[in-house]
Ligand binder design. Structure first.
Ligand code: NAP
Length: 247
């Protein structure tokens, strides 16, 4: 099965990479199930998709809550009968130097960027194991494959999900459950992500940098589309997405 008619759950679908992916995948015939915390923004994405003739539903979802991910999977099954892809995309990036000790933000990044992904994996694994197929896509970051000053904890969460995706891929191959995994490593993509930075120096530096080199989130959406569109026996599983101008 290619993208058409696949049922695809997307977290962090209310803006940025998630919203762009939802729109592209739905335009190509997927049935998308959207989760994030802001209902008005999710409704706007659904409206845009439906106005273009696509199929989409949403449920307000906080990825830090395991029950919310279970409910999102249940919604997909109720509305569309099955799940083919889980796209773990929700994330925040309140970067700051470790010496600033923004420990509350450290914990929020762990809860959303790492535990949020684990909650998605836990919710979908019984489905994918039982049906012996499925694809789990996770938005890591270039900060998940190399280190950046200011991204000590953010990068730690993104390195962690990279390892998680690779181990799921390996164990599924060993167990014969045909679960494919994809890790995305975007660089500077112009979204709402920088609004999560509270450290004013870090925010200004990032804002200037993104203004200089950033590209639009549909660049990532096209990669997601490509990965999902591969035949079932092909697992394309790691992608960096850089602006051409970014060093
Ligand atoms: N933009 C970049 O340069 C870049 C680079 C590398 C990696 N990434 C990663 O890309 C992913 C998407 O970010 P983006 O760039 O598209 O930024 P964005 O526009 O800020 O989108 C982030 C999404 O995550 C959702 N979210 C945040 N906390 C959540 C929670 N607790 N539960 C559910 N949803 C939550 C937000 O929706 P609500 O606020 O409505 O919940 C929003 O839909 C993130 O994982 C980010 O780390 C981005």
């Amino acid at each position: 099965m290619t993208i058409k008619d696949k049922v695809i759950i997307i977290t962090g679908a209310s803006s940025g990479i998630g919203a762009a992916s939802a729109q592209l995948l739905a335009a190509n015939g997927a049935r998308v199930v959207l989760g994030a915390r802001r209902a008005d923004r999710l409704q706007a994405v659904v409206d845009t998709i439906e106005a273009a003739g696509g199929q989409a539903v949403y449920r307000v979802t906080d990825v830090t809550k395991a029950a919310d991910l279970q409910a999102l999977v249940a919604l997909a099954k109720t509305e569309f009968g099955r799940v083919d892809v889980l796209f773990n995309n929700a994330g925040i990036m309140p970067t700051s130097p470790i010496s600033a000790l923004h420990t509350t933000e450290w914990q929020q990044m762990i809860d959303i960027n790492l535990t949020g992904v684990l909650n998605g994996v836990a919710a979908i694994m019984p489905e994918f194991t039982a049906q012996k197929s499925g694809q789990i896509i996770t938005t890591s970051s270039v900060a998940g494959i190399k280190s950046f000053s200011g991204a000590g904890v953010y990068g730690a969460t993104k390195f962690a999900v990279r390892n998680l995706m690779e181990v799921i891929r390996m164990e599924s191959a060993e167990e014969g459950t045909n679960i494919r995994t994809v890790s995305l490593y975007p660089a500077a993509i112009n979204t709402e992500l920088l609004t999560t930075i509270t450290d004013q120096t870090a925010k200004q530096n990032m804002t200037d940098f993104y203004a200089a080199v950033g590209i639009t989130p549909d660049a990532v959406a096209r990669v997601v589309n490509f990965a999902i569109d591969q035949p079932e026996d092909v697992n394309v599983n790691e992608f960096t997405i850089y602006p051409t101008k970014q060093v």
